[in-house]
Write a protein that binds this ligand. Sequence first.
Ligand SMILES: Cc1ncc(COP(=O)(O)O)c(C=O)c1O
Length: 370
Amino acid sequence: MTRRDFAARAGMAMAGARILTEAAYAKRAAVPGQLPKDMVWLNANENPAGPPKVAIEAMVKCLPSTGRYHYQEYREFYTAVARFEDLAPEQVLLGAGSSEVLHAAVDAFTSPTRPLIAINPTYEGPIDVTRALGRQVIRVPLTSKYGADVKKLVEEAGKARGGLIYLCNPNNPTATVTPRNDIAWMIANLPPDTIALVDEAYHSFNESPEFESALGAVRQGKNVVVTRTFSKIYGMAGLRAGYACARPDLIEKMAPFRNNVISYVAVQAVLAAISDTPNFIPQRRAEILKTRRDLCAWLRSKNLKYIESHANFLMIDVGRDSRQISFPMANKGVAVGRPFPPLDNMLRVSIGTDADMAKFKEAFWQVYSA
Ligand SMILES: Cc1ncc(COP(=O)(O)O)c(C=O)c1O
């Protein structure tokens, strides 16, 4: 094979990797059957509240000025997001959702010899990208309490002589929290050439006193990348805005793997949303937590087991392959989560509005008790 052939093939492989990733998103979100128009969507952990009013106003206002790139304004944008997290602009990387910066971390910190190491099950985004790049993924089983075995994660990184440990906290799909002591231990014991990638997409829904953000470790300059998103509690999933926080040299390594800046419309929405955060996030959080508590009380009243949730979704033990419940539910107008092997008997449902959950309970019970 000539060098040019090799380059062309490598290029095709890379293009294939990107296409595969997009197809994977569509596949994950797919719900089978003839779907009614008034479908209740409880399959992707979105927020039914949608974007806050201030963000919508800011987006509408900026639309006439989207004829220009506005590149010169992005430094200020970075400064605002960094200040929001008590960081410097050099410690932040914005992306199209947290997906883009998670992918950038995989690109930068795994290699043909450095694997991705992750619990099983967890959010598949970084795993799919690692596999699409032809790099190794090492999976570590959950503990008996559906938690993350940090000792094993670190051990695997040591055996591989370095790698990227991906830890989602609270975890998707189990909604469990990795306690602060475990996170601290993991970070203190990272083997050489190992980075911890802590995905905090759902941190705002956590109620556990055991939870602590890994942002403190970022501020201390550790080998840690934390990702956050505007897709969940901020209700702006379709806008595609998220960010990574890390030491400036780690950010520099990740930055070349992003595609471009995020849309100027998303920038305006994010700026408005973060400046108004105290006015709407606590209320949103309280509403979701209340609806989650109501659902848990209902599940208990039906003697159904579930995993205690610290996110805007929870897993119910349905005692059979979850597709036996989720497929017929789709026909009844309620979309719930896809299967998450090896937790085949667990059904993941996102927390929607009270009206959504009323429809969920009705459809679920009809199918479950049939
Ligand atoms: C744990 C976790 N991380 C990251 C993402 C990616 O979300 P986004 O790219 O919208 O920030 C998701 C999406 O559901 C998720 O569940």
